[in-house]
Design a binder for this molecule. Structure first.
Ligand code: SAH
Length: 395
């Protein structure tokens, strides 16, 4: 006997889940993602499912199953391990011609949930005669093959602003990596992990934004022009940026330029160095009982400069963590200003250079001495400066 594979459109359709334990907790998210109207019947519920109930995403009847529960359902999931009770659900489902998935007994089920992998628009579902382990093994093989094979052309359009993370190529998001593999054109910044670029197919056009030979303002205009032009030619453009695209990355300007030209833009957030670099040096930007806030500022303009938008006096009054990006050059002036505005020179401070890479270095000091310590140690950009008691919370 062979099964008949099918893709169900569950949007707006009632799906009954009998049971509210670990099995239901694992099964329900895919049903909700498919838009199903999920109703759980169970005397108990796990905290995760209760959270979904509280958020209004599913309904819960706090009692045992009765056969009338299957009436009006398009699909039934049995997620209990009491065989007699499960059999009762199966019988009711059979009587009302509703397909019934049985987590406890695949032979008694009238429908199986396959092992699934999703790859953009592609969904691969594998069943193997009821042997779930083998189905999952095959699914993993297919998933790996999809991961490493050239993507299907023409699935994406426009521009994706993708955060590449702080430097370790494994710290890009799954979505970012998938889009990068599908790009026709990649426009990358100086701080983008080189190993990610090594994976690009040879026919991909690579634009090194750091090498555009104008001043910074003109270079940005040139980048915007390249993004828009290539996208209008029908190419899929990935604009790859260090860390998160919207943290001092001018991602906002590029998004606006694309939108103004009618080019669709997708933003894929990234792991920002402002949190990751401290973390990898063992410094949590918040810590219970120590810091309930953290502020990320750019130090590329000195505190007393007319163009500065940072309220250093307010920062000096705060007790929380201060993370300064692009701050090495102006570090002594920044520290002096914070101290002048009232922050103690004894406040712990740390500097993390090239966090998450094999060149990562860090040092610990105090606000009063950190600028000198950086010079002495020969710390170079890119580096983040962390100021606050959390530096002592380091592991
Ligand atoms: N969008 C990026 C920041 C761009 S501004 C992000 O979210 O991380 C560039 C600054 O980021 C650098 O001057 C430095 O302060 C910081 N930076 C970027 N990568 C870093 C890393 N791996 N380690 C330490 N600091 C880093």
């Amino acid at each position: 006997m062979s099964i008949y594979p099918l893709g169900l459109k569950l949007t707006g359709r009632r799906v009954l889940v009998v049971g509210g334990g670990a099995v239901a907790t694992r099964r329900v998210p895919a049903l909700l993602a498919a838009g199903a109207v999920v109703e759980i019947v169970s005397p108990e519920l796990t905290p995760a499912l209760r959270g979904q109930v509280d958020a209004g995403r599913l309904t819960w009847s706090e009692r045992r199953f009765v056969p009338a529960d299957v009436v009006g359902a398009w699909l039934v999931h049995v997620a209990i391990d009491d065989p007699a009770a499960a059999e009762q659900v199966s019988a009711a489902a059979e009587q009302h011609h509703v397909f019934c998935v049985r987590a406890d007994d695949r032979d008694a089920a009238t429908a199986w949930t396959p092992a699934v992998t999703r790859h953009g628009q592609v969904t691969v579902a594998v069943t193997d005669g009821g042997d779930r382990r083998r189905a999952m093994a095959v699914r993993d093989l297919v998933a790996n093959a999809l991961e490493s094979s050239p993507p299907v052309a023409g699935q994406h359009k426009g521009v994706a602003l993708v955060g590449a993370g702080p430097g370790d190529p494994e710290l890009i998001t799954v979505k970012g990596r998938r889009l990068l593999a599908a790009a026709d054109v990649v426009v990358a910044d100086r701080l983008v992990p080189g190993l990610l670029l090594g994976e690009l197919r040879p026919e991909v056009e690579f634009v090194d934004a750091a090498k555009i030979p104008y001043g910074p303002a003109a270079a940005q205009e040139e980048i915007n022009r390249i993004l828009v032009e290539r996208a209008i030619e029908g190419k899929f453009v990935v604009r790859l940026k260090g860390g998160d695209p919207f943290v001092f990355g001018r991602g906002g300007e590029e998004a606006i330029a694309c939108a103004q030209a009618g080019v669709p833009v997708l933003v894929v957030p990234g792991v920002t160095s402002s949190i990751a670099a401290p973390a990898l040096a063992g410094i949590p930007v918040t810590h219970r009982g120590v810091a309930h806030e953290f502020t990320v500022v750019s130090g590329h303009i000195p505190p007393d400069h007319a163009d500065s938008l940072v309220d250093w006096a307010a920062l000096a009054r705060m007790r929380g963590t201060l993370v300064v990006l692009m701050g090495l050059k102006n570090l002594s002036r920044i520290a002096e200003r914070l101290i002048a505005e009232g922050r103690s020179p004894a406040t712990p401070a740390a500097v993390v250079q090239e966090g998450s890479t094999s060149h990562q270095r860090s040092l610990r000091s105090t606000l009063g001495e950190v600028a000198e310590a950086v010079t002495e140690a020969g710390i170079r950009p890119p580096a983040v400066v962390v100021i606050g008691e959390v530096v002592h919370a380091a592991v």
